[in-house]
Design a protein. Structure first.
Length: 515
C-alpha cells in the first residue's frame, strides 16, 4: 500500500467527515483526497519523480496535503525544522538538494538570508500568498487536476527526515512508502482501539510522530492539528472540539499538569493520551492520572529510523501497573505485532532476561538507509538488524525497559551509571519540575555526575538537599556530585532533552554547578 493511498481509502469510507481542522478551517476526506491529487499533478509540472520537495512550516492544512501529495507524485517530502538557525537549515537543504522549497511566509526571511547558499532550489513556493521571489502555494495547487497520478513504487522514498542531531550532525533517514505504511499498519494492529475518535495532533509535523496523523487518517477519524504547543490553546481546543485522544512528550505533559490555566477548561471529553519520545518519570504519570482520572494512558518505543513505534504498553497494562505497583510501569511494553526486537551484546548474541544490551530492530518499517551516507548506513546495520543505540533489558514476561541511550551512559570510577535511573529519583523530589543528568570530564573519576534541575514555580531547594535525596534512594556512586539550576531544560521538537547542549553549557561556564 502506498502512503498516498491513505486519503483515498478514508474518502471511500467517510467522504464527508472532517479529515483535518486548524482553527476555523477544515477539509473533509473527499477534499483531502482531491487536493492531494491536485498537489501531485501540480508538482509534476515543475519537478520530476525522484526530486526532493522540502517544506519549512508550522503545523497547517497545507502540510497535511504535502504528507501525501508529494510522495504521490513519486517525489520525496523533506521535512525542515523551523526552529533551526538559517545556517543549520542551509546545511540540511544542501544535503537533501531539493528542487522545490515550500515555505510559510513567516520563515521566508530566514530563507532569503541563505538563498545564495542553496543552489538546488529552483522553485520557492510560499504559504500565505505570492511574494516577489516566491510563487503562491494555492495558485500552484490550482494548476493540478483532481485525478490520481501514475503511482510510484512502494520502495520509492516517500519522506526524508533528519535526525535531531543530539550527538552530532543530522543524518537524513530515508523512509519509503513501504517503511511508513508498515509502521502505520503495525500501530493500527497493536494500539488500543478507540471508536469515534477525535484526535488532536500536538507534535510538530516535521517530526516522525506526525505518522500518528496517517494512522488516524487510515482509521478515517476526525483530526484537529495544533499549530504550536501552547498549553492554553491546547486546553481550549480540547474543550471546544471535544477532543477524545492525543499524544505528547512527557515534558509537555508535565507542563500541562502544572499550568495555572488548566482548571478553567472542561477536559472531560479526553479519554486517551499517548506519550513517547522520551522517558515518562513515574511521578509525573501518577500526577497525570490523579488530575485526569477519566484518561487512560499508553506509551511505546520508536524513533525516526523506525518510521514510528515498535513497542507498546497498553492502557490496561498502565492501569494494572499503577494499581498494583508493578515495575512494568517503567517499561515501554511488549513487541508490537509486526515488529522484531532483540536485546543483544557486542557480538549480537541475545542477552539473558534482566541483562542489559543494545536494542536492535528488523522489519519493513526500518529505514532503507541514510541519505548520501553509506558509511553511517553500514554502521547502523548488522545482518539486517538496525542498531538503535538504546540500552534495554527484557523481563520474564516480555516487557522491555529502556535503560538509557548507549551514548549517554556515564562511566565514573569504573562504574557504569545510566542517567535515567538518577533522573527518576530526582523527579520524586517535590521541588523538581525537570531533571537531566550528564557526565562531565573529571581527572580523578573519569567522569563526574552532574544534575541539571529546573524547579517548580515558587519552590526553592539547594544542591545539598537534592544530592542527599539521591544518596537516600540509590547507590552512593550514582548520586550527582554537583547540581546546576536552570529555568528550563533545552529540548528538541519532540520534547527530548538536548544533553549535548547541557554539556556544552557546563563546559563553557554558562551553567555553574553547585557542590
Amino acid at each position: 500500500m502506498l502512503l498516498s493511498d491513505v486519503p483515498v481509502q478514508a474518502a471511500h469510507r467517510a467522504p464527508d467527515r472532517v479529515a483535518v481542522r486548524l482553527d476555523e478551517r477544515a477539509i473533509t476526506y473527499t477534499e483531502l483526497r482531491d487536493d492531494c491529487w491536485r498537489l501531485s499533478n501540480a508538482l509534476l509540472r515543475i519537478a520530476q519523480p525522484g526530486d526532493r520537495i522540502a517544506i519549512l512550516a508550522e503545523n497547517c492544512l497545507e502540510y497535511a496535503l504535502c504528507y501525501y501529495g508529494v510522495p504521490g507524485a513519486g517525489m520525496t517530502l523533506t521535512f525542515l525544522n523551523y526552529r533551526l538557525a538559517p545556517a543549520e537549515l542551509a546545511w540540511i537543504i544542501n544535503d537533501a538538494a531539493p528542487s522545490v522549497l515550500i515555505v510559510q511566509d513567516k520563515y521566508l526571511g530566514a530563507i532569503r538570508t541563505i538563498q545564495h547558499q542553496i543552489p538546488s532550489v529552483v522553485h520557492l513556493i510560499a504559504l500565505g500568498g505570492a511574494q516577489e521571489d516566491a510563487a503562491d502555494f494555492d495558485a500552484l495547487l490550482a494548476t493540478g487536476a483532481p485525478q490520481r497520478p501514475s503511482p510510484p513504487s512502494e520502495d520509492a522514498m516517500a519522506w526524508l527526515l533528519y535526525t535531531s542531531g543530539t550527538t552530532g550532525l543530522p543524518k537524513g533517514a530515508m523512509l519509503t512508502h513501504r517503511n511508513v505504511m508498515a509502521a502505520v499498519l503495525n500501530s493500527l494492529a497493536s494500539w488500543d482501539k478507540e471508536p469515534d475518535s477525535h484526535y488532536l495532533l500536538t507534535f510538530p509535523m516535521y517530526h516522525v510522530a506526525g505518522y500518528g496523523m496517517v494512522v488516524n487518517h487510515l482509521r478515517a477519524a476526525e483530526l484537529t492539528i495544533l499549530p504550536n504547543f501552547v498549553p492554553e490553546a491546547l486546553f481550549d481546543i480540547i474543550e471546544r472540539h471535544r477532543i477524545t485522544s492525543t499524544a505528547a512528550a512527557p515534558t509537555m505533559i508535565a507542563l500541562l499538569l502544572d499550568h495555572p490555566a488548566m482548571p478553567r477548561f472542561d477536559l472531560s471529553s479526553l479519554r486517551n493520551v499517548g506519550y513517547g519520545a522520551s522517558a515518562m518519570p513515574a511521578a509525573v504519570l501518577l500526577r497525570a492520572r490523579e488530575k485526569w482520572p477519566q484518561v487512560r494512558f499508553g506509551t511505546g518505543f520508536g524513533m525516526t529510523e523506525l518510521s514510528g513505534n515498535v513497542m507498546f504498553l497498553t492502557a490496561d497494562e498502565h492501569d494494572r501497573a499503577i494499581d498494583e505497583g508493578l515495575p512494568i510501569l517503567n517499561s515501554v511494553g511488549r513487541q508490537m505485532l509486526l515488529a522484531r526486537v532483540r536485546v543483544v551484546d557486542e557480538a549480537m548474541n541475545d542477552v539473558t532476561v534482566g541483562a542489559e544490551g543494545e536494542i536492535v530492530v528488523k522489519g519493513d518499517q526500518v529505514l532503507s538507509g541514510y541519505w548520501r551516507n553509506p558509511e553511517a548506513t553500514a554502521k547502523a546495520f548488522t545482518n539486517g538488524w538496525f542498531h538503535t543505540g538504546d540500552v534495554g533489558r527484557w523481563d520474564a514476561d516480555g516487557y522491555l525497559t529502556i535503560v538509557d541511550r548507549k551514548k549517554d551512559m556515564i562511566v565514573t570510577g569504573g562504574e557504569n551509571v545510566y542517567p535515567r535511573e538518577v533522573e527518576e529519583v530526582l523527579y520524586r523530589h517535590p521541588a523538581v519540575l525537570e531533571a537531566a543528568v550528564v557526565g562531565m570530564e573529571d581527572p580523578v573519576w573519569g567522569e563526574s555526575i552532574v544534575a541539571v534541575i529546573a524547579t517548580r514555580s515558587g519552590v526553592r531547594t539547594c544542591a545539598d538537599t537534592l544530592i542527599q535525596h539521591c544518596r537516600d534512594n540509590i547507590a552512593s556512586y550514582k548520586k550527582p556530585k554537583a547540581v546546576a539550576f536552570i529555568n528550563e531544560l533545552p529540548k528538541n521538537a519532540s520534547g527530548k532533552v538536548l544533553k549535548r547542549t547541557l554539556r556544552d553549557m557546563l563546559a563553557a561556564g554558562d551553567l555553574v554547578p553547585e557542590r
